[in-house]
Design a protein around this ligand. Structure first.
Ligand code: ZN
Length: 407
């Protein structure tokens, strides 16, 4: 794939495609066609995802309506209560949440939500966007099932500018009205197999869904194109190991596509390595790699970068992407990304468009990935130990909310 063909794909997929939406399925079909165009065959594999249609979402602060989006899958109901802004999430601050509608900073993650419940909050408010941007966009958030664990309170998301206003004015009471229909829908993985000379295989992943405001060019049509580039190369080049390409749906909703794939333990039996691409080929920024596996692989990738004159910053860690469910099932996983400085490219908002991308940089990043895969896929024996070291198991426990991060 050359730079022009790459930019054409960004152009063709310049639309929002959230997990479980018709637009996401349209992208799955588009990827399937691209694979067919290479003379290969991909399958679209459905999996269940929770869905909701919001009928009504109203947030009032001291009797004045504030623009909001209701949390999907947070149930239906109405709650009016004193308003409280939780600046710190320590035990003392949390003790003021009882019976209140509580506003928090950042994402509503598992432990914070559990803390809110335990301390008697009756509703929640989050905010996103950037007070310094011209827009007043509000992302469509959802109360993920692994976050609420069956205990739900209603919540809304508002814009950062309005969040600041609430605090500046000293709002004391709030009301949330939320009505929605919830149902089970489907998202899809696009899976393509390239058998090798042996039964064991390398699994490639990249998610193709986006968040609610984002065209997801950088995050992560770029990685999806990366997989197409790797597939195109290996359709014509030898590989001893089998190569399985999984374009994952619903990553942005909590890695749902890769979790669905990894739920099939039989499918993972012969998988020796997961290579995940999440955000490559942007104009600015550095190339990085994150290894959830033995530390030796970090050194290998770093040496290889030097050998090829392609610098890579490598660390051993858990990457917040589709590599994680693989590592959690004992398959060593490595993610690659080009990380742009935040003032040159942002994600999960309306600014993630093909304007962030450069076809030639995509080509260069894909060429490096092909060089890495060439070594791994033709190894006499895949050199990466098929086990997850204890320090990574600990990090997985924390990332997957089985264990609380030490304070
Ligand atoms: Zn991503």
């Amino acid at each position: 794939m050359n730079a022009k063909q790459i930019m054409d794909i960004f152009q063709d997929t310049a639309y929002v495609r959230t997990g479980g939406s018709p637009e996401e399925l349209r992208t799955a079909q588009y990827l399937q066609e691209k694979v067919s165009g290479m003379g290969l065959k991909a399958e679209i594999v459905p999996f269940d995802v929770p869905m909701a249609n919001i009928r009504e979402a109203v947030f009032e602060a001291d009797g004045v309506q504030v623009a909001c989006k209701g949390y999907l899958c947070a149930g239906s109901g109405e709650v009016e209560a004193p308003f409280c802004y939780l600046r710190n999430a320590d035990a003392y601050s949390l003790s003021f949440c009882r019976g209140k509608i509580v506003m928090t900073d950042g994402y509503l993650r598992y432990w914070l939500y559990q803390d809110l419940l335990e301390n008697g909050a009756v509703g929640f408010v989050t905010y996103d966007g950037d007070a310094n941007y011209a827009d007043r966009d509000i992302d469509q958030r959802e109360l993920r099932s692994h976050v609420h664990n069956g205990s739900r309170i209603p919540g809304v998301n508002i814009n950062a500018k309005d969040a600041i206003e609430l605090i500046r004015k000293g709002v004391t009471r709030a009301k949330i009205t939320l009505q929605q229909e919830e149902y089970t829908g489907q998202s899809h993985n696009v899976i393509m197999d390239m058998p090798g000379e042996i039964d064991e295989y390398i699994a490639f992943t990249a998610h193709y869904d986006s968040t609610s405001l984002s065209q997801g060019a950088y995050d992560n049509m770029s990685g999806s194109i990366g997989l197409l580039g790797i597939a195109e190369h290996f359709a014509k080049h030898p590989h001893r190991y089998g190569l399985r390409f999984v374009w994952c749906g619903s990553e942005e909703r909590g890695l749902l596509g890769s979790k669905a794939y990894c739920a099939d333990e039989e499918a993972l039996k012969n998988c020796v390595l997961n290579i995940n691409l999440d955000m490559i080929g942007c104009i600015m920024g550095k190339f990085i790699s994150c290894v959830t596996g033995e530390e030796k692989l970090c050194h290998y990738i770093s040496y290889m970068g030097d050998e090829l004159g392609f610098p890579v910053e490598v660390k051993q860690d858990v990457y917040s992407s589709d590599s994680t469910p693989f590592a959690d099932k004992g398959v060593p996983a490595v993610s690659f990304a080009r990380i742009a400085p935040h003032n040159t490219a942002t994600i999960h908002n309306s600014y993630d468009t093909l304007a962030l991308m450069k076809g030639e940089q995509m080509e260069a990043d894909i060429a490096f990935l092909i060089a890495f895969v060439t070594r791994m896929a033709n190894a006499v024996r895949c050199p990466v130990a098929r086990e997850i070291p204890d320090n990574m198991k600990e990090k997985l426990d924390i990332y997957l909310c089985r264990k609380r991060a030490p304070k």
